[in-house]
Design a protein around this ligand. Sequence first.
Ligand code: PGA
Length: 246
Amino acid sequence: MTNKYMYFIANWKMYGNLSSLNTLNKIIKFSKSKEINKGRLIYCPPYTLISAFSKKFKNCQIGIGGQNCHESISYGPYTGSVNAKMLKNIGAHFVIIGHSENREKGENDKLINLKIKNALLAKLKVIFCIGETLTQKKKKKTEFVLSKQIKVGLNSVKNKSNIFIAYEPVWSIGTGVVPKSKDLFKTINFIKSKFKDKSPKVFYGGSVNPQNINDLKEINNIDGFLIGGASQNTKKFIDIVKKTYT
Ligand code: PGA
């Protein structure tokens, strides 16, 4: 059981449409109840729903975030892209950057660094995703990979007070497989040890669900969870929060 201030981030990926707004009534009610304890809820819907979600959450404490942004802070001829300033303008407070689903499509650490810097300039809080692939894990390269992702991704980012790190092993995302508790504890500690002064908060993401949360919540160096699949079902998402605090 934990009594910590924890973050619960719903990453909706490319799911959801206007009819999803109805499913939010339950979470709004829950966010105002005592059961949420010290939990902070954040929704990252697709771009198309950010504005509508932000209106819907007007009178509650639920945060809103984008799932990515373009690396340029200026407007420009970038068909299909959205920058951090535009996200801020429609009500986002957070943005996920460096998700492995985007790294797989070619986003490298340098590009991620640019995105992070510009998102901070636009006054967004950044959920910076890092994580090793299964091959890297098998080759015992996890710490090497994470160190590089942190070093390059946060290069010349002096003030890290608006940075959150989400450790998401690629082999855990959407697979139902989560790292062993003792390995996860060690990796989160390793990530925190990379920061000389104060470490940013570090979340875990990858197949978090209402069943495995009972074990995950016992890992006391985790500061929150980035939840994909299970967050699209409001009941499951609420269950995860409730179980964290019972
Ligand atoms: P998952 O996704 O919970 O469906 O594994 C997590 C994520 O990709 O952020």
